[in-house]
Design a protein around this ligand. Structure first.
Ligand SMILES: *Cc1c(COP(=O)(O)O)cnc(C)c1O
Length: 405
């Protein structure tokens, strides 16, 4: 059996989505901007995908949704264009983000810092969440933008977007959210929150890789990142990727239809794994309350078991998991999100992320539980660090700041 437990990194394209995309490669291949029939024949498909996307996030007709090549582009677009519009060509000098944002936000912030922008990296609490009052206390009259993710990719923890949006509105500061881990996983209703910009990515909800979007409230101004022809009303140039746009619309409609049922079904499988591992393996911790987490994610820490060792053992057992950010998993660095929530350095090297999907089966769940428990026995037997934290007779187990279930 092969088990894919890394759905926060990317997902399988739903076969129904592949079917919907197929005609737009070699049959209906026209450029939608062309005036002849080859071009215009693609218009109904694009209109449908736009409608599906608006409906999925309950955007209003006044809002813009602009397709991009990925969420990395959407995130870069907002940060770099707010910089140009409000800092280079305005009187602001400051941006506020959280310290657990995706690298596409954090690296862009580093670039902006090199260009003289002040960036505040907000801390998270022991749940891994940025608290709304923290955001308020760091906004100044020089702040151009607050950018806080809706849900975290490593922990699945959901951030108080409604409260943060209200604070930004009250303070007159633009608010962007990286919605990649929220859209298609939990209900997202743009008319019930005050969000100026939101990034999305299709490959996180069973759509194709290489297509994303930026939601823009009230179609407000934001300089383009890509200049060129007048595609997407001049907001984002580049010939429209018709098959991928079709795939994004279709995958988003499927993901958000009966979303509560889908969430309950995935959460039941996630909880089964989490309960089983916490019960069977001593000195094991998971990050964050389940009630405030995306239904598919577990970040689990097993004292004495290096994350990379575990990943290797799981990989040998045909299980694909992650130690955290896919971009950072090549080196043996501590999990930065775990450090941010106050885990000690040793524990921060033990994080393993399991992320499920609606395609995860009960058989896969049982297989993962069994393999995981055996792997811990194998790895703890050869671990030197675990011996150090074993309680001595009458002694106390080392304190841990994470949630101990
Ligand atoms: C995957 C991910 C991204 C990047 O999305 P791409 O479309 O692959 O560029 C951005 N933010 C978060 C939170 C993610 O999980």
């Amino acid at each position: 059996m092969q088990v894919y437990m890394d759905n926060n990194a990317t997902t399988m394209v739903d076969p129904k989505v592949v079917e919907a995309m197929k005609p737009y490669f070699s049959e209906l291949y026209g450029n939608p901007n062309s005036l002849h029939k080859f071009g215009t024949k693609t218009h109904p498909a694009i209109s449908k995908a736009i409608d599906q996307t608006y409906k999925a996030i309950n955007a209003s007709d006044n809002d813009d949704i602009i397709f991009t090549s990925c969420a990395t582009e959407s995130n870069n677009w907002v940060l770099q264009s707010v910089w140009i519009d409000h800092i280079v060509n305005g009187d602001k000098n400051h941006i506020v983000v959280s310290e657990v944002e995706h690298p596409s936000i954090l690296s862009t912030c580093k670039f902006l810092e090199d260009n003289g922008v002040k960036v505040t990296y907000l801390p998270v609490n022991e749940q891994g969440v940025v608290e709304a009052h923290t955001v308020r206390s760091f906004i100044t009259d020089k702040t151009a933008l607050v950018s806080i993710m809706w849900a975290n990719n490593e922990t699945g923890m959901i951030f108080p977007i409604k409260e943060i949006g209200e604070i930004c509105k009250e303070k007159g500061v633009l608010f962007h959210t990286d919605g990649v881990q929220a859209v298609g996983k939990i209900p997202v209703d743009m008319q019930s929150v005050h969000v100026d910009f939101m990034s999305m990515s299709a490959h996180k909800f069973h759509g194709p890789k290489g297509i994303g979007a930026l939601y823009i409230k009230d179609s407000q101004a934001l300089s383009p990142l890509l200049h060129g022809g007048e595609h997407m009303g001049g907001r984002r140039s580049g010939t429209l990727n018709v098959p991928f746009i079709v795939g994004m619309g279709e995958s988003l409609e499927i993901a958000t239809t009966n979303i509560e049922e889908k969430m309950a079904s995935i959460a039941a499988k996630r909880d089964k794994i989490e309960d089983a591992l916490l019960a069977a393996i001593p000195e094991t911790f998971t990050v964050g309350d389940r009630t405030n987490r995306t239904p598919n994610t577990i970040l689990i820490s097993i004292r004495g078991v290096e994350g990379e060792g575990m990943l290797w053992d799981l990989n040998n057992g045909q299980i694909g998991a992650s130690t955290g950010s896919a971009c950072a998993s090549e080196d043996l660095e501590a999990n930065t999100v775990m450090l941010a929530i106050g885990a000690d350095n040793e524990l921060a090297h033990t994080g393993i992320r399991l992320s499920l999907s609606r395609f995860t089966t009960d058989e896969e769940v049982d297989y993962v539980i069994n393999h995981f428990e055996d792997a811990v026995k194998r790895l703890r037997a050869i671990s030197s660090s675990f011996a150090k934290v074993q309680p001595t007779p009458g002694g106390e187990v080392q304190e841990c700041e994470l949630h101990h279930h």
